[in-house]
Ligand binder design. Sequence first.
Ligand SMILES: [Zn+2]
Ligand SMILES: [Zn+2]
Length: 207
Amino acid sequence: MKIDLHTHTRQRSSCSRLDEDFLIECSIRSGLGGIVFTDHECLPPKGTLKRLNDKYHPFRVFTGIEICISMDDCLTCSLQDFIVVGLDNPILESSWSYDRLAEWVRKNGGWISWAHPFRYDKALPREIRDNPPDAMELYSNHIKAELAPRIRSVAEELGCQLVGVSDAHRVEDLGFSAVKLATPVVSDAELVRKLKKGAFELVKGAQ
Ligand SMILES: [Zn+2]
Ligand SMILES: [Zn+2]
């Protein structure tokens, strides 16, 4: 089962052109078995998820959010984005420090990934070094290919998994990269468990 862990809908991200039904229909056509809605500072409403999961079954939409955090110790890399999967507490939509968020996600059984690492600067923020997330994105429409060696070496140093995503905002972004699980997952908790175990492969393109 291939899953795209980072997508944006126009219903909740003003920067996205993708209507949620259209995003799902295109994802199904490109061979994905599931996606995570990770809108900026906004969780998908539970009723919406239920309706879409009923409508597109067995395709699965999981709960997620993208959170922008200002890292206070770093002048050149002050804003960083993180993807949280598997938790739907509205507290996620408030403002966070990285340390508080990483600890809260861990305690509550979610999964956290550093979105497009080194997008603006190659420095590694101290907070991330001291308290690594579960994963770092390696492939995405918003990660330059030449950053791959840097991302791989930092992930190895910090003990983070590497994931591939689309970070789709437009239809052309879809299918860029995904993770492939050996067996299907049907709940957020199961997805989090597999991600934490590293029980997936990275896929690039619509394979
Ligand atoms: Zn965006
Ligand atoms: Zn994003």
